[in-house]
Design a protein around this ligand. Structure first.
Ligand code: TRP
Length: 355
């Protein structure tokens, strides 16, 4: 029996600070799984260039912000490996080889790519590298031969591509039979495990603003200006919750209110550990027996309790940015060792091990 822990890999694109949507989508899982798995966390700075190639300073700053957010959130560099994608060249090398294993129509059939082209208004004007990034993500994961990847729901299509590439590589270059079950690829001689996805407990956290034109609440996102950040302090949280969208038809505490599709209650259900209070307060809210202000005050307490320890740890790292860079330097060195071994084995399997 191998005593090695299974390997976990996940990452974030540095396009801004982390918010509560990241927390419930993936970051809380990452923090919780650090003992059970051999964890690798990557900052996908190369991917940030797909839509921000004209803003290198912003990407650089965001890389440091994400690393600080991670450390503040409780990702522990003694147990986990934190690294910068662009500084692990094996990932770029594998991206090239893996891009041969997916057809162009297959790449275009990725629903997350389609959504991004629509939501970011890219039209026909996206760079070629934008289409390449999901294959880059495949390489991020396979370079570490990860067994499990905790991510938000929007990443499922990229994970499905990762699974396809792993199967195909193992079949083409390691002689694994195409009828093999996903869990058996390694024992059948494959190099890459067929990864599992671990979704967060909330698949898509709403933002604090009003619904979009289709009547549905919008996903929490920095660019939609509806996010509560892990780096927000108690005052900022109180202001945001106070201004938070609730049931617009409810003018006073005695009006009956709607709980469904109401960020106030989505947030209580997601973050308030006192389930009994939430159930009772929701029942009162429906009948006009409790005021918005009281429920919002309670929500502020809940969110501050969640974010307070994150704030405390953040202070330490903010005072010493050199420490953050050092964590990334050490993590990146370790990541290069692991990924280097994968590339060596991959080239051997592909018969491109010449010297
Ligand atoms: N695309 C992911 C996001 O924007 C970030 C990412 C890059 C990632 N490489 C990864 C996530 C590998 C998991 C595994 O959220």
């Amino acid at each position: 029996m191998s005593t090695q822990k299974p390997r976990l890999l996940s990452g974030d694109t540095p396009t801004g600070r982390l918010h509560l949507g990241h927390w419930v989508g993936s970051v809380e899982n990452r923090v919780a799984l650090q003992d059970a798995y051999d964890c690798y966390f990557l900052i996908a700075n190369t991917h940030a260039f797909t839509t921000r190639m004209d803003r290198p300073d912003e990407i650089r700053q965001s890389v440091l912000d994400i690393a600080t957010d991670w450390l503040a959130a409780g990702i522990d560099p003694k147990r986990s490996t934190l690294f910068i994608q662009s500084e692990v060249p094996v990932i770029a090398e594998l991206t090239f080889f893996f891009s041969m294993l997916l057809s162009y129509p297959r790449v275009m059939r990725n629903p997350t790519i389609k959504d991004e082209i629509r939501d970011k208004g890219l039209g026909e004007n996206y760079p070629f590298g934008f289409l390449l990034y999901p294959i880059g993500q495949v390489a991020d994961i396979l370079a570490f031969r990860a067994d499990i990847v905790p991510v938000g729901e929007d990443q499922i299509p990229h994970l499905e591509m990762t699974r396809e590439v792993a199967r195909r590589f193992n079949q083409l270059y390691c002689g694994v039979d195409s009828h093999t079950e996903d869990k058996d690829y390694l024992t059948q001689g494959g190099l890459f495990p067929v990864v599992d996805v671990l979704l967060g407990r909330t698949r898509r956290l709403a933002g604090i603003g009003a619904p979009g034109p289709d009547g549905n609440l919008l996903k929490m996102s920095k660019s939609l200006n509806n996010a509560i950040f892990l780096s927000d302090d108690a005052d900022a949280i109180a202001k945001k919750v106070k201004a938070m969208y609730t049931d617009p038809k409810r003018l006073k505490a005695t009006d009956p209110g709607t709980v469904e599709n109401n960020p106030l209650w989505i947030f209580h259900e997601t973050f308030n550990p006192d389930k009994a209070w939430v159930a009772e307060a929701e029942a009162k809210y429906r009948e006009g027996g409790i005021g918005d202000m009281e429920c919002k005050k309670r929500l502020v307490e809940v969110l501050v309790a969640l974010i307070e320890p994150i704030q405390q740890r953040r202070l330490v790292f903010e005072k010493d940015p050199g420490q953050v860079l050092e964590v990334l330097r050490e993590g990146t060195a370790k990541a290069n060792t692991v990924a280097g071994e994968t590339l060596r084995l991959a080239k051997k399997a592909m018969r491109q091990d010449y010297f």
